[in-house]
Design a protein around this ligand. Structure first.
Ligand SMILES: [Zn+2]
Length: 103
């Protein structure tokens, strides 16, 4: 898996299974609340700790985990300096090569 950002707390045993369970619970949809109300709604492929494990908070309970899209996960991971107040821009996901376009 590519960059997970700075993470100092180890992930628990069985994280892969926990991660899949949370993604299924949240229906693979980003749960990040947006200013307009509701949630981001983009496809989620990240499971994040609401209370950051990097701060020594190692609550891996379902209540502390939620599914996020890559964009919001990156945003949260790097948000020390800037608040994540603004809504995500449209189509901000990194471009993925379409299989049909590969040589
Ligand atoms: Zn999102």
């Amino acid at each position: 898996m590519p960059s997970q950002g700075r993470r100092t707390a180890p992930l628990p045993k069985g994280w892969a299974r926990i991660r899949t369970r949370i993604l299924k619970r949240d229906r693979w949809v980003c749960q990040w609340p947006v200013l307009t109300g509701g949630i981001c709604g983009e496809p989620a492929n990240q499971v994040d700790h609401k209370n950051n494990a990097a701060q020594g908070f190692d609550d891996h309970s379902d209540e502390n985990l939620w599914a996020l899209c890559q964009w919001h996960h990156d945003k949260k991971t790097g948000r020390e300096a800037s608040a994540v107040a603004h809504a995500r821009p449209p189509r901000a996901r990194p471009a993925e090569a379409h299989p049909g376009l590969l040589p």
